[in-house]
Design a protein around this ligand. Structure first.
Ligand SMILES: N[C@@H](CCC(=O)N[C@@H](CS)C(=O)NCC(=O)O)C(=O)O
Length: 210
């Protein structure tokens, strides 16, 4: 199978971390969503990443749908998202907060990156920053131990770890260690794992110059 996308995308990265954690072999097609638009559109008409091209040629889009497939592939005993009950509800709420924070962080990054300074809408950026910070504060409050759910490493930790990695990369003005110390510690625990190290963005995975 082929994972399409670059690791500076936290949505691509959470899929790659999960593949590595499960020990599922894959190739990567690291084309850029911004500079390889025609190639990307041929894979996913939304021109977004990640996509996962299965061995039979079927294309899965959207990281949540891809993770659902991977969980099903490894089976309930190994699935990183709890299968049912309160643990599943809590995990899905953490994942929703972390992926929502990614959306709101990305909106700030895109607003600044794709407009000349005089056209940047600062009120929109402030709204997105407040929304992102609301999610970060609630995630910080929810993290009671080493991991989010029942002291077991889960998709809630992967998605939050990928989100914090993205903030450090693209919004370095957010002082995660000072403002969200529990999330910073979670990020350090995640980044120390082999599955995270294997899916680290490289120096050439950058936003396109305008
Ligand atoms: N809900 C989607 C979001 C994917 C997403 O936002 N990907 C970004 C990169 S982090 C992207 O493709 N951006 C380009 C665009 O939306 O035009 C998922 O989870 O896969």
């Amino acid at each position: 199978m082929i994972l399409v996308g670059q690791y500076d995308s936290p949505f691509v990265r959470r899929v790659a971390v999960t593949l590595h954690h499960y020990g599922i072999a894959f190739e990567r097609n690291p084309i850029s969503v911004f500079t390889n638009v025609a190639q990307m559109a041929a894979i996913n008409p939304l021109v977004r990443i990640p996509s996962l091209v299965l061995d039979e040629g079927e294309v899965l889009i959207d990281s949540a749908a891809i993770l659902d497939h991977l969980d099903e592939t490894v089976g309930p005993a190994r699935a990183l998202t709890p299968r049912s009950g309160a643990a599943r509800r809590r995990a899905l709420q953490v994942i929703a907060l972390a992926s929502g924070a990614i959306d709101k962080a990305g909106a700030q990054v895109y607003e600044r990156h794709f407009h000349p300074p005089q056209a940047v809408n600062e009120a929109w950026i402030a709204r997105c920053r407040d929304q992102m910070r609301g999610a970060l504060a609630l995630l910080e409050a929810k993290l009671g131990g080493a991991w989010f759910i029942d002291d077991r490493f889960s998709q809630a930790d992967i998605t939050t770890g990928a989100m914090i990695g993205y903030l450090k990369l693209r919004l370095p003005e957010i002082d995660v260690a000072r403002e969200y110390p529990r999330l910073a510690a979670l990020s350090a625990r995640c980044e120390a794992m082999a599955c995270f190290a294997a899916a680290r963005p490289s120096a050439d995975e950058v936003m396109p110059s305008q």
